[in-house]
Design a binder for this molecule. Sequence first.
Ligand SMILES: Nc1nc2c(ncn2[C@@H]2O[C@H](COP(=O)(O)OP(=O)(O)OP(=O)(O)O)[C@@H](O)[C@H]2O)c(=O)[nH]1
Ligand SMILES: [Zn+2]
Length: 344
Amino acid sequence: MIDLDFPTLHGIGFKQHFVSQLAAAMPRHRLARVTSVQRDGFTLDDGRASFPARCARFVSTGQAVVGDWVLATPGQGDWWIDCTLDAFTRLSRRTPSGSQVLASNVDTALLLMGLDNDFNPRRMERCIALVRACGVEAVMVLTKPDIGSEVEGRSAQLRQRIPGDVPLLSLIPAQQLDTGVLAPWLGAGQTLVLLGSSGVGKSTLTNALTGSLQATGGTRHGDDRGRHTTTARSLHRCPGGACIIDTPGLRAWQPDADEDALARSFDDIAALADQCQFRDCRHESEPGCAVRDVVDADRLQNYRKLLRELRRAEQTALERIAERGKWKVLMKEAKQRGRDKRGG
Ligand SMILES: Nc1nc2c(ncn2[C@@H]2O[C@H](COP(=O)(O)OP(=O)(O)OP(=O)(O)O)[C@@H](O)[C@H]2O)c(=O)[nH]1
Ligand SMILES: [Zn+2]
């Protein structure tokens, strides 16, 4: 077992959860957290100092991501990561080739969306589903209230659409007074990740909360899109003892969820569906539907779309081929019927 300096480690997000995994740790081991990942190495922080490290040959480089806790040993003038501790949350998204872990050991995700042209309730619903499927608390943060349009209408529209237990805040990331509303999530030992499109204000908010100086960028004229100023994820410490993970703007938000996890982000639909006249109601044109007239039509459509994507992603390549084959047969039969009709 190694000596653990709890107050120091707590300042960089260490939790009781990891203690049982340290039974086999050797005195030569240094316990530290990954604060950034480069092509050929990592930056670690043990609460006292930040230092570079590399992955020991038997540990795969992709294994440790920002937010992970690792055990490193010294050797040949470098620090080497021996193992990664099991995380209590792994924030991931689905990608065409499987899934990608964005950050580890995160308590809260601040989902930033601009009240300018960035505003997009469907994307926010996706984002909430993605975060909740990973067991991370979602908090919605609307930025650019000073330059956005229809600010009040848009905020009210979102409040109506997103699950009631997701807090919704609005702030200007650069203003100290504004960022005070985030205090409930910034307790010592907490880790937050900032997610949102490029240019929405993630790095500006990181700077305001940590007092550090991340590069920030402007937005493009005309469409308010960002310039992808941040290119890698990185973990920063706040003076109050919380950690913030800044991320580059994401374009694709594919929840890495199963149907149950997705349904939990749309639990208003599931609850109402219990009252539909037909148990297999698709909430389209069936009589006695309890969902259609109550749930926002666009929200319902978005849920269906997410469900379709998820089912498709869960299909194996063979199932997809079989499905295509089934369609081909059906099309052929339909064509034949057409020909028969014309012929006879
Ligand atoms: N007026 C106004 N400008 C803002 C607000 N939030 C962010 N900005 C500006 O928007 C620009 C982009 O902000 P960043 O913090 O770099 O955005 P980002 O989300 O980190 O962008 P990427 O690093 O590209 O992912 C900067 O010029 C900020 O000053 C806001 O609430 N109001
Ligand atoms: Zn129905």
